[in-house]
Design a protein around this ligand. Structure first.
Ligand code: SAM
Length: 283
């Protein structure tokens, strides 16, 4: 029988992993867990090795053909307990993971995925919204994006995405992969990150504080070559409209005990939080 050839779809970021050593390294990072979700299983390069890691293995795939084929592929590999959601990770109602099998909502999720690069950061932000329900994530990104996520204060890639992620997760670089590890080969290198949920977040943001805090951090990074004071002179009115005078900005930095001549990339997460609290108290 002739096998139907399925071409990779560029629009869905389909670069299938063919590097067996890399697949094993990723699988080794995934702990046995009560609840496992793989985003974008594709043809099952990683999925077939995850069978047995969890009694509740969910897969989320947007592609029509791949979503219908992956269930059978896993069945052939001995899995009897997986469930495939044929959906878009950007539209998906994550609560379905718990409701589908009537699972206790306190059960924490492990997430794995070689993410489609065109929407990888958007997917990450959706997962960050779900952080309270996540125990660990093992995710592959385009290398430049992964470097930004994993960047520490004082380094050139440090920015909003590093801060948003590391408030809740301890980030470790696991593996860098060249284009030859995939078919079709992408033009870029890739990186696998382990994101282990912290026991305590680095800062305790209330849910209604997130929007303003994130706007303030983005404002500080909006002009990376300028000092944080000059950056805020330009941007702060978009975040805290009543705080825009130069004098007020000086006072904010003095109260927060942060040297206003520093650049945003040198400011630690806890310092950004102090800056935020001072702004709120003065507005
Ligand atoms: N895990 C497979 C592997 O490593 O070979 C495939 C990885 S491939 C880089 C990305 C996968 O995500 C593809 O299967 C693609 O169809 C799927 N995908 C793309 N956009 C998606 C979305 N918005 N939601 C869910 N899956 C998506």
């Amino acid at each position: 029988m002739k096998r139907k050839r399925v071409f990779a779809k560029k629009s869905l970021g389909q670069n299938f992993l063919v590097d067996q050593k890399a697949i094993q390294t990723i699988v080794d990072q995934v702990p046995e867990t009560e609840l496992l979700l793989e985003i974008g299983p594709g043809r099952g390069a990683i999925s077939t090795h995850l069978v047995g890691k969890s009694a509740n293995y969910f897969l989320l795939e947007k592609d029509d053909e791949l979503a219908s084929a992956i269930g059978t592929t896993l069945f052939v590999h001995g899995s009897r307990t997986h469930h495939v959601f044929h959906d878009d990770a950007l539209e998906f109602n994550w609560e379905k993971i718990w409701s589908e099998k009537n699972l206790d909502s306190s059960k924490k999720l492990v997430v794995v995925g070689n993410l489609p690069y065109n929407v990888a950061t958007e997917i990450l932000f959706r997962l960050l919204d779900l952080e309270q329900k996540i125990e660990k994530m093992v995710l592959m990104f385009q290398k430049e994006v992964g470097d930004r996520i994993a960047a520490k204060p004082g380094t050139k890639h440090y920015g909003f995405i590093s801060i948003a992620t590391s408030i809740y997760f301890d980030i470790e670089k696991i593996l860098v992969l060249g284009p030859q590890s995939f078919k079709p080969a992408p033009k870029v290198h890739s990186i696998v990150l382990s994101l282990q949920k912290r026991k305590e977040p680095l800062i305790h943001l209330a849910s209604d504080e997130w929007v303003l805090f994130s706007k303030l951090v983005r404002a500080c990074f909006a002009h990376r070559r300028k000092t944080v004071e000059n950056s805020l002179k330009i941007e702060i009115s978009k975040v805290f409209p009543t705080l825009s005078s130069s004098d007020t900005i000086k006072k904010i930095f003095s109260q927060a005990k942060i040297d206003e001549k520093r650049r945003a990339e040198s400011i630690a997460i806890e310092e950004f939080y102090t800056l935020y609290k001072v702004c709120r108290s003065m507005q």
